[in-house]
Design a protein around this ligand. Structure first.
Ligand SMILES: [Cu+2]
Length: 147
């Protein structure tokens, strides 16, 4: 009896504020792209975007496409080494596990921008979007920096 009352008091003190805080948060985002960046590049050339894809949700998320402002075409690519040579291949589907992350970084997964419609200069930022298999679109900003 006494334990029950103590528990109820504890729940009131601890549980309710936690519930209230949760109710104020925006709807769960399926995925986010953190620290997205690209090296400077000239109009007409190609550029590469790197980022960290973070899945804070409780289920696996699947990226099926990407698009970036200012590029004629945007593809997800993976670089692999074959017999000492670097090869790039398109990635049709990228799984980001529940509570996991996938790093797009030099020498591995990356977002390839083809046919730049303008120069990318250090300090610029441009908008990209990830397309998910369930139709959700995840916007993010990529920053241009020398390294
Ligand atoms: Cu590539």
């Amino acid at each position: 009896m006494r334990t029950t009352r103590l528990l109820a008091t504890l729940l009131t003190l601890v549980g309710l504020p936690a519930l209230a805080a949760r109710a104020q948060q925006p709807p769960e985002s399926p995925l986010r792209a953190d620290s997205a960046w690209a090296r400077p590049a000239a109009e007409g050339a190609m550029a590469v975007v790197y980022a960290v894809l973070i899945n804070d949700s409780a289920r696996d998320r699947i990226v099926t496409g990407v698009s970036c402002q200012g590029a004629a075409m945007t593809h997800l690519h993976r670089t692999t080494m074959e017999q000492g040579m670097a090869h790039m291949a398109p990635v049709e589907r990228l799984d980001v596990p529940a509570h996991g992350r996938v790093e797009l970084q030099p020498g591995g997964l990356h977002i390839m921008l083809m046919g730049l419609q303008r120069d990318l200069a250090a300090g610029d930022a441009f908008r990209c979007e990830l397309m998910m298999d369930d139709g959700v679109v995840v916007p993010f900003q990529a920053r241009v920096r020398a390294q």
